[in-house]
Design a protein. Structure first.
Length: 66
């Protein structure tokens, strides 16, 4: 019984790590947004010195502006 529970826990942990990796990969490859798309999504344009502008979205993420 312990072996089955151990295998189930290991599988669940591996699935969790895979999900986190997929989310991170999706965030890293997210496309740039335009100023209009940013404001339409409820975001704010934030100017960063020497780094250009980004869109700060309500969920706390930021995306570069094209």
């Amino acid at each position: 019984m312990r072996r089955i529970l151990g295998l189930a826990l290991a599988a669940a942990t591996l699935a969790g790590v895979s999900a986190v990796g997929a989310v991170s990969a999706g965030a890293a490859s997210s496309p740039n947004v335009s100023r209009d798309d940013c404001t339409a999504a409820g975001g704010q344009i934030v100017a960063r010195p020497y780094a250009g502008e980004v869109c700060a979205l309500p969920d706390g993420t930021t995306q570069p502006i094209t």
